[in-house]
Design a protein around this ligand. Structure first.
Ligand code: GAP
Length: 441
């Protein structure tokens, strides 16, 4: 059943232009994905929803967009050069590589079936490296960042000095990260190139546990606000053996993906580990002077770290439904929250003739100012509604003969399929208020 849902999602995503395999015409590149016209809009909407919640809705969180390529010493200081590894084994027969903690080393090779052919486990660093400048030697090695967080720590002093922020405060960032993942199955869940939405909250040592608890509550509330089914979300606290090398305590928000419960976001208490390491490796003082008390200290960090591309998979999985209608007809519908739906409103003329098509087109142009719109005049109206349901469009506006007389339209709601007659003059405010009050049926 789970596989069926994932297969159906993959197929819908390709068919309707959400997500394509990278370089497909060349046979594809594993671990890399392209976001098509609807996919990029969905991804941008989730990003904007997060950005607004994390920056605009808090008066002490500022934004940053650090570069992907950073000084190689950053990754020595952060611990990634020595610690960001997975234990790997190779099959001596077919040379396939596996994570040693994900296979039974006493069993046959999952690829070629040879028994007892594995090498001893070796640590394999997940960072991609490349070279900067014209000379490819050890001195020119740089890494593609495996997390966005380090850009924030490295710019901590710049932000404090330029933004008049006071501890406790946060720095938020969204951007690409790269990991040389060996196991990349499950569609976009784990890819080599992905996007993260991270926020580092700098607080006074001793207040970290209180902020750690505060941010856990905030982050779960965020997903509820995004309209994700609460029963598909849960917490998982890391045991001693799971904690990342930088973390004092860590909780994951897990989501019930088609393949089971998996991590969606991590909330970590990173203490003063990162600022301490960068202070040591750079030789620069990164301490903070609290003016009220004249105390100087290295702030502790509570991190909220979500995968943006993994959020896209969550939104798609959570929204997907096949509904059996009366008469045995099945409709496929994506129940996206209207705030993240790639298209908010479709404008559909009931017929093209007698000026109705032109009227509808004009209306669609007017609505563009406020919403992501789509105009569709081809095919039976029922079929056009279904096409919009399948891409998760929450509102459809139908223009008909009555519209020309009394300037009203039919407003149809995706989830309930209910239709109401609304004056065009009230359309924008009605859809805005429906979006604000939206709850998943
Ligand atoms: N700065 C902390 C950090 O990066 P992480 O648990 O390694 O922590 C945080 O990653 C989030 O980034 C994960 O919860 C997941 O949503 C996303 N993520 C990590 N690796 C990923 C990958 N290979 N593909 C897609 N998303 C990934």
């Amino acid at each position: 059943m789970a596989d069926t849902t994932m297969d159906k999602l993959v197929s819908l995503c390709k068919r309707r232009g959400f997500i394509f395999q990278s370089s497909e015409i060349y046979g594809g590149l594993s671990g890399a994905w392209d976001y098509g016209p609807l996919g990029v809009q969905l991804k941008n909407n989730i990003r904007d929803f997060w950005w607004k919640e994390m920056t605009q809705m808090h008066d002490n969180i500022v934004g940053l967009d650090a570069s992907i390529l950073m000084h190689p010493r950053v990754w020595e200081a952060s611990g990634h050069v020595s610690n960001f590894t997975d234990p790997m084994v190779d099959c001596k027969q077919c040379k396939s590589r596996f994570r040693s903690d994900q296979i039974d080393l006493g069993a046959a090779c999952p690829n070629c079936g040879t028994k007892g052919s594995f090498t001893e486990p070796r640590n394999f660093n997940l960072m991609f490296s490349t070279h900067i400048g014209p000379v490819h030697d050890d001195g020119s090695v740089v890494y593609l960042r495996p997390e966005t967080a380090q850009g924030i720590y490295v710019d901590f002093k710049n932000v404090v000095q330029s933004s008049r922020v006071k501890v406790p405060f946060g720095i938020a960032q969204v951007g690409k990260s790269f990991r040389n993942e060996i196991t990349t199955k499950n569609f976009i869940f784990r890819s080599c190139e992905f996007e993260q939405m991270e926020m580092q909250y700098f607080c006074k040592p001793g207040s970290d546990e209180q902020w750690f608890s505060f941010w856990r509550d905030q982050r779960m509330a965020f997903y509820h606000k995004m309209g994700i089914k609460p029963e598909s979300l849960r917490w998982h606290r890391h045991g001693e053996d799971e904690l990342a090398f930088y973390a004092k305590d860590a909780y994951d928000i897990q989501f019930l993906f088609p393949m089971g419960w998996q991590e969606l976001e991590g909330v970590h208490n990173r203490t003063d580990y990162d600022l301490g390491q960068h202070q040591k490796f750079s030789g620069k003082d990164l301490s903070y002077l609290e003016q009220e008390t004249n105390e100087r200290y290295l702030p502790y960090v509570v991190e909220t770290s979500a995968g943006l591309t993994r959020n896209v998979l969550m939104a798609l999985s959570d929204a997907y439904e096949e509904q059996e209608l009366e008469g045995g007809d099945v409709r496929t519908v994506l129940h996206f929250h209207p705030a993240i739906a790639p298209v908010t409103v479709a404008v559909l003329p009931l017929v093209k003739k007698d000026g109705i098509g032109e009227f509808a087109e004009h209306l669609e142009h007017e609505l563009r100012e406020d919403f992501a719109t789509f105009y569709d005049q081809s095919g039976a109206i029922g079929r056009r509604y279904r096409r919009m349901d399948e891409i998760g469009t929450p509102y459809c506006v139908t223009v008909d003969y009555q519209t020309l007389e009394d300037k009203t339209v039919t407003l149809r709601f995706r989830d309930s399929m209910e239709q109401v007659r609304v004056p065009i003059a009230d359309l924008v405010s009605r859809m805005r208020s429906e979006t604000r009050q939206y709850t998943r049926a």
